[in-house]
Design a protein. Structure first.
Lengths: 283, 267
């Protein structure tokens, strides 16, 4: 049970003078239950990549296997795939359309052809999971704040009970607090349900703390793939392609250069605090 | 998904036609279209086709690309042909049940089909070789004399360029929302007409909202830059006729005289 990408290539606007190679020979394997961060600069192909995973875009060449089945097979049920691989787009609040929050969240499960009771149960459950207060359930989605709208939109996808949840820049345009809250909720969701989550972002800071694997995209191909520690150890190369490692990484390297014996692999503030304290004790 | 529509799209490359003043292209297209309706015989059409082919050749736009744009009007073309074929009175050729194909009908259908095709290809050359901004600039300047009659030329041109500018943005937005709703299991393709119309609601509501939001933002941005209409506004790239534009005018004139003239003389 996993997603396997086998030599995926994708070209935008093929046969026009504006043809752009968006994905270049991507090979990846994403096992069940992993929390993956996909990082890359604007235009690095990360959004294009995730749209392949639920069959919205069809690769120019290559194969994708979901749970061992080729999704480009003729008789493969792509509609079912979309319910298994939930994709939350950038600025998902722009997709809201119903008269109230609850009805909007019902849209997804209703499309799966479930009966009314099950639909409502799932919608309720999903709204609770994203932490939206009950009193907002019957308000118009357009009256909510930006962060609340986004939760509703995420709930809209969660209500389909996907096995894999992909979030494309879920924190874009939110204030620091809203960002923290959303990321926290996603982490909690992952720990509780054990679902596979792919988090697309251009900010290392966002993902470093939460994910167990980072895939760095650059010019349509995979540049690094590994644990946050492994990836951030290339912080100099990352900088060259316009990405930055978390601030903690920089501080740790600076401290080391100045003679404090810290572990430069620390990626979160907690780890950093621990290693600094240890080093101070030793000194 | 929606990227296949080439009608009214700009094809980026460098050619003589691309570099022409938009006013020349506007006037040329207009005259060309009018000329198509003056033709009465085969030779005139032949001249028009040669003229069109030369312009296509000069424009460096692949012919394939234009034909792709034609797909959108195939249906319209078919209806025209069918109606003309069966509903033109005259000398009967074939009669089948209540339908009669007349000799005049066949002639009419063929002329109409050729005319329409040439009309569409001709005007698509204009849009394929001129950026929308250039086009509205040309229109604004070309129609300036109408200002004497209190026609708000600048405002209309501004509205047009904004509308044109918004087409790709709204297309992209439509594409995005469509994908987002498909990801939530929406189905835009199957079912009868009513079901399909209803399926559009999750697409149209967000699209309208975003269009209004963008319009609001744009109005605010324009006001913040002190926009207050066309009076006293200068252009960054003013349109000035070059030598090639004069030559182009001459060519168009020559084409008109020859094609219409030949038609008249031969008849």
């Amino acid at each position: 049970m996993s997603i396997i990408l086998d030599h995926i290539n994708y070209i935008y606007g093929a046969d026009t003078p504006l043809a752009v190679k968006a994905l270049d020979d991507i090979c990846l394997q994403i096992p069940d239950g992993q929390f993956v961060g996909i990082i890359g600069h604007t235009g690095s192909g990360k959004s294009t990549l995730v749209q392949h995973l639920n069959g919205l875009l069809k690769a120019t060449s290559g194969h994708i296997y979901f749970n061992g089945e080729d999704i480009y097979e003729k008789d493969y049920d792509r509609k079912k795939l979309r319910s298994k691989v939930g994709l939350v787009f950038q600025y998902p609040e722009h997709q809201l359309f119903e008269i109230d929050v609850f009805t909007d969240v019902c849209f997804g499960p209703k499309n799966l052809g479930l009966d009314k009771k099950e639909v409502e149960l799932r919608a309720y459950d999903a709204l609770r999971k994203v932490g939206l207060p009950d009193e907002l359930f019957y308000q118009s989605p357009f009256d909510l704040s930006g962060g609340q709208k986004r939760r509703v939109a995420i709930a809209g996808v969660l209500a389909m009970k996907p096995e894999v949840l992909i979030l494309d820049e879920p924190t874009a345009g939110l204030d620091p607090r809203g960002r923290e809250e959303i990321l926290h909720q996603i982490k909690e969701l992952q720990m509780k349900t054990g679902m596979t989550i792919l988090l697309v972002s251009h900010s290392m800071e966002d993902v470093a703390e939460y994910v167990n694997r980072i895939i760095v995209m650059n010019h349509g191909s995979v540049m690094y793939d590994g644990t946050p520690r492994e990836v951030f150890s290339h912080y100099k190369e990352l900088e060259e392609v316009g990405l930055a490692a978390p601030q903690v990484t920089y501080i740790m390297h600076e401290l080391k250069d100045r003679g404090l014996d810290v572990d430069t692999d620390a990626t979160t503030i907690e780890e950093a605090a621990e290693t600094v304290l240890k080093a101070l004790h030793r000194a | 998904m929606l990227r296949d529509i080439t009608l009214g799209q700009y094809y980026q490359t460098d050619s003589v036609i691309h570099r022409l003043d938009p006013r020349v292209k506007l006037a040329g297209t207009l005259l060309y279209i009018i000329s198509l309706f003056f033709f009465k015989n085969f030779i005139a059409y032949l001249i028009a086709i040669v003229f069109l082919a030369t312009v296509i050749k000069l424009s460096h736009v692949p012919f394939r690309f234009m034909v792709k744009g034609m797909k959108a009007i195939v249906f319209l073309l078919l209806i025209t042909v069918v109606f003309n074929l069966f509903l033109t009175p005259g000398e009967a050729l074939v009669t089948c049940w209540k339908l009669t194909i007349t000799k005049e009908g066949v002639e009419m259908a063929v002329t109409m089909a050729v005319r329409l095709t040439m009309l569409i290809i001709g005007s698509s050359i204009m849009t394929l070789t001129t950026t929308p901004n250039n086009l509205t600039d040309g229109m604004e300047k070309g129609l300036r004399p109408l200002k004497l009659f209190h026609v708000p030329v600048h405002e209309v041109a501004m509205m047009m360029s904004i509308a044109l500018r918004f087409i790709p943005i709204l297309m992209e937005e439509t594409d995005k929302i469509m994908k987002a709703q498909i990801a939530r299991g929406a189905d835009f393709e199957s079912g009868n007409l009513i079901r399909r119309a209803r399926a559009m609601v999750p697409l149209l509501v967000p699209l309208f909202i975003s269009a209004f939001r963008r319009a609001n933002d744009l109005a605010m941005a324009m006001e913040a830059r002190c926009y207050r209409g066309g009076d006293g506004r200068t252009k960054m790239k003013p349109l000035i006729y070059q030598k090639r534009d004069r030559i182009a005018y001459l060519c168009i004139l020559l084409y008109l005289v020859v094609s219409i003239g030949v038609g008249r003389i031969l008849l």
